[in-house]
Design a binder for this molecule. Structure first.
Ligand code: G4P
Length: 524
């Protein structure tokens, strides 16, 4: 294989940042982009909340609510690596898109607010990463403020998330008394808020500060040294293999807002972060990223990025080889072959045309309705499919109808397309064939309603039926309609499979006790 291409591919590091809203994802992202020279002013990305800089205001809904609904992709170079950050929506009402983005990365960076510890959304996203077995790196943020004790935070990581952790560095003091971090990995102390030239202090072979310094006399230093002793004796050992298999998370402390510890994090992260990883196919073979033939899969379809053009863009994670504009690709699902003349790359949402991209990169293909979520595209003649993207169990449901019955045709067409895009999940009741939509986050319904109006010209009526516990059935032939009751509902999904929608966990257990022979299961 072309040596240059191998080199290029091995330079790629593709990751997503996972966190709960307000933990500091935007702040850290802008610092990373700044180091990479991708933005000149570390305030550019941040500005979007105040409306100064609309990075992705492709939908009014985003503007109205001042949030980023969609995941975007940012690319920059640092230390001879080309880094792709896949952004995930920074809002509580996140969606299946957020989950699917995690299917396209090779590692994840988890940001934790030191005062709050592990929060709900972080936990959900973490679980998806764990399921894929991808490496997870942790950045505990906001050390410039008083937070939980660092040992308590480490304990929480292990107990709540069930992952082993290794502190790469350790805070000395916190909040107003934050003096810096003891860098166990780089064997130095990094001081907070001092001149650049004084920033690093050496440590000696006993692990003590090697120079005479006022810090040594503080109780914060003594405490940090005690903690580190404890970590050395009773903590986990650093194990690169365990990091790569996702069983141990390296933990970094810092303060994104004051740009402290972020560069150290990035440099260390790049030493351990995986290069583009192989993927499984439906023919049982793994495809190596170094395989010369271009291939990739679509993990996201975004419509209407530019309302003036009404375009759709299919986001492709390149799994192997090299993509070149103008090449012929085959869509494995249909066998259709076409020339790609329009492709796009994303940098903080300023779209640029991409001519060449390699395994690990994300490109956007203009779409006129050919692609579906999970589709595989290949450059060669031999078409195969990458492993199916998982479907996620929705938790929220609404019954939906067209306000104007005469619009019924448009209504069904709109729903069909939005379901194919993966924007929302579709169910129907058994005899009345009423349409029920499922989502993992409330925002998906709002986006649905907005798009039905703006793209299909249909006003919809949505009647919330609340949160439900959805369960699929292994032995469908055993299911009888008489098994449903006031706290359970039987519907069919878009593939015509039966699904029970239970009122809550209690109703699920009650059902299971009564009908022990029915084998229920949930998706992810
Ligand atoms: P998100 O994308 O994860 O939602 O978080 P974001 O970066 O927007 O940060 C949320 C809030 O936390 C922001 O304050 C931000 O300035 C603050 N923050 C981020 N990192 C740090 C840190 O290291 N230390 C401290 N003290 N604060 C941090 P805000 O008041 O909500 O927004 P803004 O008024 O600054 O725009």
């Amino acid at each position: 294989m072309d040596l240059n291409l191998t080199d290029e591919i091995l330079k790629r590091r593709t990751f997503a940042i996972i966190s709960h809203p307000d933990a500091g994802k935007t702040t850290i992202t802008e610092k990373l982009l700044y180091f990479g020279g991708a933005i000149r002013d570390a305030g550019t990305v941040k500005g979007k909340k105040s409306g100064k800089f609309a990075t992705s205001d492709w939908m009014e809904i985003e503007k109205q609510r001042g949030i980023s609904v969609t995941s975007s992709v940012m690319q920059f170079d640092f230390n001879d690596c080309r880094i792709n950050i896949l952004d995930t929506p920074g809002h509580q009402d996140f969606s299946e898109d957020t989950y699917r983005t995690l299917m396209a990365v090779d590692s994840a960076v988890m940001i934790v607010d030191a005062a709050k510890g592990i929060e709900a959304q972080t936990l959900k996203l973490f679980k998806v990463c764990r399921m894929r077995g991808i490496p997870i790196f942790t950045f505990i943020n906001k050390l410039d403020r008083q937070g939980k004790e660092p040992l308590e935070l480490m304990e929480e990581l292990e107990e709540v998330l069930g992952i082993q952790s290794y502190a790469m560095n350790w805070p000395i003091g916190m909040g107003k008394e934050f003096l810096g971090i003891y860098d166990r990995f780089n064997k130095r102390i990094e001081q907070f808020r001092v001149e650049e030239s004084d920033k690093y202090l050496p440590i000696d072979e006993n692990g003590e500060l090697a120079v005479d310094h006022s810090m040594k006399q503080t109780s914060y230093y003594t405490q940090a040294m005690e903690d580190i002793l404890l970590l050395n004796e009773a903590g986990n050992n650093f194990d690169k293999e365990k990091v790569l298999s996702g069983d141990l998370t390296p933990v970094f402390f810092g303060s994104a807002l004051t740009n402290f510890g972020v560069q150290t994090f990035l440099e260390t992260y790049l030493q351990f972060a995986p290069t583009p990883q192989p993927r499984n196919t439906d023919i049982g073979e793994e495809v190596s990223p170094l395989n010369e033939e271009f291939s990739g899969f679509i993990f996201k379809i975004q419509a209407n990025m530019n309302p003036a053009h009404r375009d759709r863009i299919a986001f492709v994670r390149i799994v192997s080889g090299k993509f070149e504009r103008g090449m012929n690709i085959t869509l494995a699902r249909t066998g259709k072959n076409f020339k790609v003349t329009q492709s796009t790359q994303f940098l903080a949402d300023d779209r640029e045309t991409v001519d060449v991209a390699v395994a690990g990169d994300i490109i956007g293909l203009y779409d006129v309705g050919n692609y579906q979520i999970g589709d595989t595209v290949v450059g060669g003649k031999k078409a195969f499919n990458y492993e199916k993207l998982p479907q996620f169990t929705p938790e929220l449901f609404v019954k939906v109808t067209a306000k104007n019955v005469l619009k019924s045709k448009h209504f069904h067409k709109g729903i069909l397309q939005l379901v194919q895009e993966g924007a929302i999940q579709y169910y129907k009741t058994l005899h009345t064939e009423e349409v029920i939509l499922g989502a993992v986050g409330q925002l998906q319904f709002e986006v649905f309603e907005h798009r039905m109006k703006s793209e299909y010209n249909v006003d919809v009526r949505m009647e919330p039926i609340g949160s439900k516990v959805a369960r699929w059935i292994e032995n469908e032939e055993e299911v009888k309609e008489s098994m449903t009751g006031p706290r359970s509902m039987l519907v069919r999904d878009r593939y015509d499979n039966y699904v029970f929608l239970f009122e809550n966990e209690f109703a699920t257990r009650w059902f299971q006790d009564k009908y022990e022979h029915i084998k229920l299961y949930n998706l992810l």
